[in-house]
Design a protein around this ligand. Structure first.
Ligand code: HEM
Length: 346
C-alpha cells in the first residue's frame, strides 16, 4: 500500500553520493568535523510534544496516542555548508527528537532503541525528485559555477525549488517547517508533516540583524515566554497528484489540508551555553530513528537511511566522540578535547 517504486540504480547513486559528501566533509573541515548538511546550529532546546486528546481514530498510530506527552529535544539549524551568516537566504531546519518512546525501532541494530525523530525544513518541497538527480546536483555544486549552471539548464525544476526555498526568517520560532518526504501512518495511510508556529511566520530581517541573529533572537524570545507549534499531518488522498517518489513536488493543501496531531511546546529557557551547544552538535537526528508505524517512504528517505548513519559515524569518529541517544535532559560537562568544542560563529 506504500506506492514505493525503487529505481534499479538507486543504491549505486546513494553510494556515489556518500563518497562525494565524505570527500566534501574532509575538504571543508580540517579540524573539527561538522555535519555535512545543517551544520550551523541556532540552538538545541528542551521541548515537550503533547498529542491532541481528541485525535481522530484513524490518526492514532505510533507515538500519536491521544493525550500522551513526550519529553523532546529540538535542534534548529541553517542548511548551508560551510556555515554562513544568517543574513544570507538559506533553508532552515527543525529536528525533533522524542525521548523514551516505547516500541521497537527501525534502526535498533544501529543502537537506537529509544528515540523517534521528526526532521523538518523551512520549505514544502525538496530540491530534487530522486537520489540520482541529487547526486548530480551535489557533483555540479562541488565542480564549480559553470558545472552548476549547466546542471540547472537540464534540471530547471531543481533551480526553481532552490530559489523558492532559500529565504530569510526573523526567528527559528516564527518559521514554518515541512518534512517534504512522506511517511507511513500505520499500515494504511501515508502522510507528510508540518510544524506551524503559533507566533506566526515572520520573513523580514530585523534591521540590526548580525551574522548570528537567529540564535540571538531565540535567546531573547525564550528568555521571555514559551513558544508553541502545531505538529500536523497531511494525508495522501491521491497517489498520482501526491506522489511518494517525488519529494520535489508539494502536496496540495487544498486537496488535503494539514491536520493537527500534537503541540510542540518550547518552554521559556536559557539554552545558549557551551556545554548544551556542544551536546547538540554531537547529537544525531535520522528519519530512521523511528517506529515502524512512521516508516519513512520514497527514494530520498531510503537513501537517508545509509547516508545519515555513515556520515554521522564518520564525523563522530573524526571528532573522537561517541554517538549516543539521549533519554533525559542531562547535559554532560564540557570536556577539553577537540570533540567537545562548540562550533565557531561565522
Ligand atoms: C538524499 C537526500 C539527503 C541527503 C544526502 C542528506 C544529507 C544529510 C546529512 C549528511 C546530514 C547530517 C547527518 C549527521 O551528520 O548527523 C543531514 C542533516 C539534516 N537533513 Fe538531510 N539529507 C537529505 C535529505 C533531506 C531532506 C529531504 C530533508 C527534509 C526534512 C533534510 C533535512 C535535514 C535536516 C533538518 C538535518 C539536520 C538535522 C540535525 O539537526 O541534526 N534532509 N542531511
Amino acid at each position: 500500500m506504500s506506492h514505493e517504486s525503487k529505481p534499479i540504480n538507486e543504491d549505486l547513486f546513494r553510494d556515489k553520493l556518500i563518497e562525494l559528501l565524505h570527500a566534501k566533509m574532509v575538504r571543508e573541515t580540517p579540524q573539527f568535523m561538522e555535519r555535512d548538511a545543517h551544520p550551523k546550529q541556532h540552538g538545541l532546546v528542551k521541548a515537550t510534544f503533547t498529542v491532541a486528546k481528541d485525535l481522530p481514530q484513524n490518526l492514532q498510530h505510533g507515538v500519536f496516542v491521544p493525550g500522551k506527552r513526550y519529553d523532546a529535544w529540538v535542534r534548529f539549524s541553517n542548511q548551508n555548508a560551510p556555515i554562513q551568516s544568517d543574513r544570507k537566504k538559506d533553508i532552515r531546519g527543525a529536528a525533533i527528537k522524542l525521548m523514551n518512546v516505547p516500541g521497537e525501532k527501525l534502526d535498533a541494530n544501529n543502537g537506537n532503541t529509544t528515540s523517534q525523530d521528526f526532521i523538518t525544513i523551512s520549505t514544502p518541497m525538496f530540491v530534487t525528485h530522486d537520489v540520482e538527480e541529487f547526486f548530480y546536483l551535489i557533483k555540479a555544486l562541488v565542480s564549480g559555477k559553470l558545472a552548476l549552471l549547466r546542471h540547472f539548464l537540464f534540471h530547471p525544476r531543481s533551480l526553481l525549488n532552490l530559489l523558492r526555498s532559500n529565504k530569510n526568517y526573523a526567528s527559528p520560532l516564527q518559521t514554518r517547517y515541512w518534512s517534504t518526504t512522506p511517511y507511513q501512518l500505520g499500515p494504511q495511510q501515508i502522510v507528510k508533516y508540518s510544524l506551524i508556529p503559533h507566533a506566526g511566520v515572520v520573513t523580514h530581517l530585523p534591521v540590526d540583524a548580525g551574522p548570528d541573529f537567529l540564535r540571538q533572537t531565540m535567546v531573547k524570545q525564550l528568555a521571555e515566554k514559551d513558544y508553541d507549534f502545531d505538529f500536523c499531518v497531511q494525508l495522501q488522498t491521491d497517489p498520482q497528484r501526491m506522489p511518494v517518489e517525488d519529494p520535489g513536488r508539494r502536496w496540495s493543501e487544498q486537496m488535503s489540508p494539514f491536520i493537527k496531531v500534537a503541540t510542540l511546546t518550547i518552554p521559556h529557557q536559557a539554552f545558549d551555553n557551551p556545554a548544551q551547544n556542544a551536546y547538540g552538535i554531537n547529537l544525531s537526528f535520522n528519519p530512521w530513528h523511528s517506529l515502524a508505524a512512521h516508516h519513512p517512504l520514497g527514494g530520498i528517505n531510503r537513501a537517508r537511511r545509509v547516508v545519515y548513519q555513515t556520515l554521522s559515524t564518520f564525523r563522530h569518529q573524526h571528532n573522537h566522540q561517541t554517538q549516543t541517544e539521549p533519554t533525559n535532559y542531562d547535559i554532560p560537562a564540557l570536556e577539553t578535547s577537540i570533540g567537545a568544542q562548540p562550533e565557531k560563529e561565522k
